[in-house]
Design a protein around this ligand. Structure first.
Ligand code: HEM
Length: 508
């Protein structure tokens, strides 16, 4: 009897606890929402689950596709919530244009979850920096002295050397009739070139270690991206995700980059040669508009490695996959390259402006397989968009993937058709970008500052692979499935193909 009473008492106690917890949850998650709904009209919201709201959609494996489905059913401007924290989902060019034109400054911060003391997505990072003095100073430096037309011209020799190595390596595999993991080779090419552009030739051994670290950050970046959407609820519950993992990667980056920084400081007679030199110059400038620190230098290098490597190598892999699956497009492209570049010298990046079909192919790949399918920002202040009120601190998610496959804007939107870009003049392309139908590099002042460098990397790598080799696969077609849970849209199955030489060795 006594035992029964104890069990009853325990059940009763659990019941009371559950009641208290439910009331707390109700207040925490719903009362706040009701208040806000009374004072303004939020954009329409699709059905949600109790308490968690639309969390299950955000946690789906192919987020960009789940969100695309949601918007095609419920509309291009939606209000979602994770618990009580608001997200605005934009899936049409016209709404994106309205936001990036009228609210560009207001949405020019990302509010990613930064980790104090970490170089990687830490408080010194450029990618996570709020739109303030530090970001403005660095942005100017990046667009003029680091990734602008002049510095890119200066680093042309580095890229040319790396492309020759890339070609030699493929040629070697062709001679041995070995299969090539195209994504892996593309990653080596972009990483090697990036290391030399950013850190010069002083730190060759360190560059090797940086390459290893960049490869390791891939899965962590995915988690951080998810955390950027879930940032506010996580903060509310005091959950600091991945701190240990983040600090581990950051410490290893710090060790390598600090050593490289010291090496650079020693050889200061030769100024402004690579990105690190330029940053040291800014760091030493007493009259600079913003006084950057050593941590800013190291964090920017980490940012550039992370932002530039995987995105670029993924596009090279998607392009080769599309070309292998579309032999007619491959033949047409090869015809153009043979005509312009010929068969007696190796393709080089100065050929790119003379190859309109190659440019059309690359634009179509970036429309169809955008490496960064979702652009995430934060509304700093409350504002009106499309007749609806957006509260301050709302997370903005622009689904570039959905916009660039929108059947109302793109004819045959689900088909790979480079010709759509060939028919259009440069003028028309510009219009497309300004009305935000084509946004693989994001938009507004926080848009990608590395797009020119990316075009050079991708165009030259694809140019060489098409000019010099036929590509044989064991299957009938390349499997074009997208990898689940990726931030940068990558292929679910790596492309393995055997190169077969078309020309004699073009380096001899
Ligand atoms: C195909 C290759 C690439 C694609 C598709 C791409 C795409 C993007 C996108 C969509 C964004 C966010 C833009 C926004 O919020 O509106 C971004 C930001 C950024 N990208 Fe790229 N990117 C590529 C290559 C590169 C390269 C090669 C670099 C530099 C080496 C780079 C550096 C950056 C940086 C630093 C940011 C942050 C900009 C800021 O916060 O102001 N990206 N990129």
């Amino acid at each position: 009897m006594a035992a029964m009473m104890i069990v009853d008492f325990q059940n009763y106690f659990i019941f009371i606890l559950l009641c208290i917890f439910s009331v707390l949850c109700y207040h925490l998650f719903f009362m706040k929402q009701k208040e806000s709904k009374l004072s303004f009209d939020l954009p329409p919201s699709p059905p949600s689950l109790p308490i968690i709201g639309h969390l299950h959609i955000i946690l789906s494996l192919l987020i960009h596709k789940s969100l695309q489905k949601l918007s095609s059913k419920y509309g291009p401007l939606l209000h979602l919530r994770i618990f009580s924290f608001p997200i605005v989902l934009v899936s049409s060019a016209s709404v994106a244009e309205e936001i990036f034109k009228a609210q560009d400054v207001n949405v020019s911060s990302r509010s990613l979850p930064t980790s104090e003391g970490s170089l990687y997505f830490g408080s010194s990072s450029f990618i996570t920096a709020p739109h303030g003095d530090y970001w403005k100073f660095m942005k100017k430096l990046i667009t003029t002295k680091l990734l602008g037309p002049h510095p890119l011209e200066r680093s042309r020799g580095i890229r040319a050397d790396e492309v020759k190595l890339f070609y030699s390596n493929l040629l070697d595999k062709a001679m041995k009739k070995e299969r090539v993991n195209i994504g892996e080779e593309a990653m080596k090419l972009t990483n090697n070139s990036m290391c030399k552009i950013l850190m010069g030739k002083v730190c060759v051994e360190d560059a090797e270690r940086v390459r290893g670290l960049v490869a390791k950050t891939d899965s962590l970046t995915k988690k951080i991206f998810l955390a950027s959407i879930l940032r506010r609820p996580l903060e509310k519950f005091g959950i600091s995700l991945f701190k240990k993992e983040l600090m581990g990667v950051s410490n290893r980056f710090d060790e390598v980059l600090e050593r490289c920084l010291v090496e650079h400081e020693k050889k200061q007679e030769e100024k402004g040669v690579d990105v690190m030199d330029v940053l040291i110059e800014a760091y030493r400038d007493e009259n600079a508009e913003f006084k950057i620190t050593r941590n800013h230098i190291k964090a920017l290098l980490v940012d550039l490695f992370i932002a530039g490597s995987e995105t670029t190598s993924n596009i090279i892999e998607w392009t080769m996959a599309e070309l292998i699956n579309n032999p007619k497009i491959l033949e047409k492209l090869r015809g153009e390259i043979d005509l312009v570049v010929g068969k007696t010298r190796l393709f080089q990046e100065t050929d790119l402006p003379n190859l309109p079909y190659l440019q059309a192919v690359l634009k179509e790949v970036m429309r169809f397989h955008p490496p960064v399918p979702l652009v995430v920002r934060t509304f700093q202040e409350g504002c009106e968009v499309n007749g609806f009120y957006i509260p301050e601190k709302t997370t903005l998610v622009v689904n570039g993937y959905a916009i660039m496959r929108d059947p109302d804007v793109w004819e045959y939107s689900e088909e790979f058709k480079p010709e759509r870009f060939l028919a259009s003049s440069q003028e028309e392309d510009k219009i497309r970008e300004t009305v935000l139908k084509y946004i693989p590099f994001g938009s507004g002042r926080r848009g990608c500052p590395g797009s020119n460098l990316a075009h050079l990397f991708i165009g030259t790598a694809v140019g060489v692979m098409v000019q010099c080799f036929d590509w044989r696969i064991e299957e009938e077609r390349v499997n074009m499935d997208e990898a689940a849970g990726a931030v940068s849209l990558s292929m679910a199955h790596r492309v393995h193909a055997t190169p077969v030489t078309r020309n004699r060795d073009l380096l001899t």
